[in-house]
Design a protein around this ligand. Structure first.
Ligand code: AMP
Length: 284
């Protein structure tokens, strides 16, 4: 049976008892509306630790005033069934007042890492992400925490936060799970019309093109970015946010591609903003 923990004290008590019994704790933070991407993290967590805790919390702090907080997909009873099927031991499901009883004065600022890529069109987003992850880590105190490569900038920022603030936790980043046609799984895919869903495959096509060009010797990041922009612009209804080739740790523009780089894209299809990324390097 999967235990549902609604409050911070209940979560702390449950984890403390498990740790006291000698069980290692894996933790997977999520915003719910589970898909195979989430389930892949649960399976990895299950394989690594004796107990798996998943949080389901649509974090208001990481949504801008014009963003999709209200229409973000939520289906907790379905999520609970899936968590149960995957052998998740506990689901931490606080409401917003439990997590933020008052205005949040103290936040974790990811500095320059929060500025490029998604940070440009979502100011404050990564401060919201880093703050909620810091709070969740201090509530759950897991030995291992699991994130998806799908949210590349988030993974880079959380890795640095754990390193620089000294959280006593090991982090694992798991590969992006895709639909058969390459579209990265995302809770937001549920919002796409059939037409938009078909068009959205252009993101992975552009990324694969860029990776192939780099592997076959292209070293000019600006040229690769231009080609990705052209591929995406050729699809009507794909409203490009960015198509970038960046350093995989600093997230700064790569310019000359002489090492493994992160290739990242974001675009809107109708009202739905999607992101995706791959790594590529010379000879990789
Ligand atoms: P979310 O519920 O969208 O905040 O995602 C929760 C976790 O699942 C994050 O670490 C995401 O990076 C990860 N995730 C989301 N989509 C995928 C995917 N398609 N493949 C692998 N991990 C994913």
């Amino acid at each position: 049976m999967t235990v549902v923990l609604d409050t911070i004290p209940a979560a702390r008590r449950w984890v403390r008892a498990e740790r006291f019994a000698g069980n290692t704790i894996a933790f997977v933070p999520t915003m719910g509306a589970f898909h195979e991407g989430h389930l892949s993290l649960f399976r990895r967590a299950r394989a690594r630790c004796a107990r798996v805790v998943v949080s389901v919390f649509v974090n208001p702090l990481q949504f801008g005033p014009e963003e999709d907080f209200d229409r973000y997909p939520r289906d907790f009873s379905r999520d609970l069934v899936l968590a149960e099927q995957e052998g998740v031991d506990a689901v931490f499901h606080p409401d917003a007042t439990e997590m933020y009883p008052g205005p949040q004065e103290i936040t974790v600022n990811p500095g320059r890492l929060g500025e490029p890529l998604c940070g440009r069109s979502r100011p404050g987003h990564f401060t919201g992400v880093a703050t909620v992850v810091a709070k969740l880590l201090s509530i759950v105190q897991p030995g291992r925490v699991f994130f998806g490569q799908k949210d590349a900038q988030q993974a880079v920022i959380i890795e640095r936060m754990i390193e620089e603030l000294g959280f006593p936790v090991e982090m694992e980043v798991c590969p992006t799970v895709r639909e058969a046609d390459g579209l990265a799984m995302s809770s937001r895919n549920a919002h796409l019309s059939a037409d938009e869903r078909a068009r959205a495959t252009v993101l992975y096509r552009a990324l694969c093109h860029a990776a192939t060009r780099i592997r076959s010797g292209e070293r000019d990041a600006a040229r690769v970015e231009r080609e990705m922009r052209e591929i995406i612009a050729a699809v009507p209804g794909a409203d490009l946010d960015y198509a970038k080739v960046v350093d995989r740790r600093s997230l700064e523009d790569a310019r000359t591609i002489d090492r493994e780089v992160l290739i990242a894209v974001a675009a809107r299809f109708g009202k739905t903003r999607l992101i995706d990324n791959v790594f590529a390097g010379p000879g990789a």
